[in-house]
Design a protein around this ligand. Structure first.
Ligand code: UN1
Length: 512
């Protein structure tokens, strides 16, 4: 593993590594020093020096200075830099994926999958750099032309979560970069090494041409970094991914200064299995959706709503499948489920299990810690299935762990009502072979989520679509489709090429 770290520019040292890049690595950042741990073993992976107030200022200064130059570069040329960042990531896919596994705890396939998501969004952004289209309108006035165009927004702030420590940054950063923005990244305090490694990779591309200040990094805690960033009027946009609690704070502070926020917060995703579903597909989808990433995706399947005619068969098959899940060191190829990020997550999950029992629900499997030989300090749990009634209160909460609730329903209407009856609105899925059920699920009276799938699970979205959700999920959209518009400012332009000055709405103004 030492080789992997070294190839990502992370030296083996007992000294704290700099967690601040402000157009160049800041040698001794003034914030506190934090240690980062491997959730699989509990061992310390390294020490990181966080940014203090002056370091944050240096990041803003760097992003502001770079913005003045970056915004003048034609968008396709900015795209060329992003293309090369994608190439640099391709070259380090295995190593960066392994570091994600080491610091976050997801299995190798998922760690590398996350890097692939970065590569995919880079490719997408390169194409986008030639497609930042505005519309042309027909003016109501003769001899007038009217159109809209999109300009870069400025330096922006990106706050990301531990569970996707590298990909979510890239969804924002690569799109924002082709849009002409520069940025400051505040990564999760739990995964600073992943952020430092990513910074090193993009630096290779950006620094030789004096564009290091396009991507800046400020590791740190809420005080002084996070809170300062969200209140900072110099950053017109804050894109934040994480908990609903965090997002509410970001939305409040950024809204208070009339800035823009792009929020991608918690989900409470339901998967509906109808009486005509292909149960093999549904089973695989629930397994990946609920157990994948140890239940720590915002898109994780948290509720499975089973039609009464298939409930018994499906439940039995699911419990059998859970029995086969290999829990272990996520670096090992045969492991399907690694640890949770920390002890707090284990305790939250075990508390939810107790609530299930108190409410008269049944724990069908799991519901306890797991031990893994050689990884005694790891935060392992058994993947858990709980059968609960439709009024179980925790059905409305996101427990960030591999705990899935099964609820039996009598028809599609009840399933859709139940699926929508939660504060969050990120992802949803129905398994059915019937066109009517599928279309009703997707219709205006169907799923209220930002993502609605048919015969595909709730997690594992492609980058080409807009990613995000409604209600407590925050309303933001990142990644593909026209999400780029959040990173630019729109300007409506009207040009008069006559010698008259007619007013809109036919107004006559002036001396008779
Ligand atoms: C997240 O958990 O914040 O759709 C992002 C998915 C991934 C992204 C998850 N592509 O599951």
């Amino acid at each position: 593993m030492q080789d992997v770290l070294q190839s990502l520019g992370i030296p083996a040292t007992d000294e704290p590594l700099s967690g601040v890049y402000a157009g160049g690595w800041v040698a001794s950042p003034g914030g506190d020093t934090m240690s980062t741990t491997n959730p699989t073993t509990g061992a310390t992976l390294g020490l990181v020096a966080n940014g203090g107030a002056a370091d944050y200022e240096a990041c803003v200064g760097s992003a502001q200075e770079a913005f003045l130059r970056w915004r003048l570069l034609p968008a396709p040329q900015r795209g060329e830099y992003v293309r090369r960042c994608g190439e640099a990531l391709r070259a380090k896919k295995e190593e960066l994926g392994a570091l994600v596994t080491l610091e976050m705890g997801k299995i190798r396939a998922e760690g590398e999958g996350e890097v692939q998501e970065m590569i995919d969004i880079a490719d997408f952004a390169v194409g986008l750099s030639r497609q930042l289209y505005g519309k042309t309108m027909h003016s109501e006035r003769p001899g007038h032309r009217m159109y809209e165009q999109w300009h870069p927004l400025g330096p922006i702030g990106i706050i990301s979560a531990f569970n996707f420590p590298v990909a979510v940054w890239s969804w924002n950063a690569f799109i924002a970069a082709v849009c002409g923005d520069t940025m400051i990244w505040k990564p999760s305090e739990l995964t600073p090494l992943c952020a430092i490694a990513v910074q090193n990779i993009v630096n290779e591309v950006m620094e030789p041409d004096g564009f290091g200040g396009v991507f800046n990094l400020c590791c740190g805690t809420a005080q002084p970094v996070g809170e300062t960033m969200i209140a900072d009027r110099r950053l017109p946009l804050i894109s934040a991914t994480g908990s609903v609690r965090m997002g509410k704070r970001v939305g409040e502070v950024v809204g208070g200064r009339l800035g823009r926020s792009l929020l991608e917060l918690g989900g409470n995703n339901a998967l509906l299995v109808m009486d005509d579903a292909n149960l093999d597909l549904a089973l695989s989808a629930v397994l990946f959706g609920a157990v994948g990433t140890a239940g720590q995706r915002c898109t994780t399947t948290r509720r499975v709503l089973l039609h009464e005619s298939v409930a018994e068969t499906f439940t039995k098959r699911l419990v059998d499948a859970y029995g086969q899940v290999r829990i272990g060191d996520p670096l090992e190829g045969t492991t399907l489920m690694g640890p949770l990020i920390h002890e707090g997550s284990v305790e939250t999950m075990l508390a939810a299990v107790e609530s299930v029992k108190r409410a008269g629900g049944e724990i069908l499997c799991g519901g306890e810690r797991a031990t893994v030989a050689g990884c005694e300090g790891g935060h392992f749990v058994k993947p858990t299935i709980a059968r609960v009634s439709a009024d179980f209160p925790l059905l409305k909460e996101e427990t960030f762990a591999p705990l899935v609730y099964l609820v039996t329903v009598s028809d599609l209407d009840q399933a859709i009502a139940l699926q929508n009856d939660v504060p969050q609105g990120l992802s949803s899925a129905v398994f059915t072979t019937g066109v009517q059920s599928a279309e009703r699920f997707l219709g205006h009276a169907g799923s209220d989520c930002g993502i609605a799938n048919v015969n595909i699970g709730t997690s594992g979205a492609e980058i080409g679509g807009a990613f995000g959700g409604e209600k407590d999920t925050g309303g933001g959209r990142e990644a593909g489709s026209d999400s780029w518009k959040a990173y630019m400012r729109r300007q409506t332009c009207t040009i008069n090429y006559t010698d008259e000055l007619p007013l809109a709405q036919g107004i006559r103004f002036g001396p008779a």
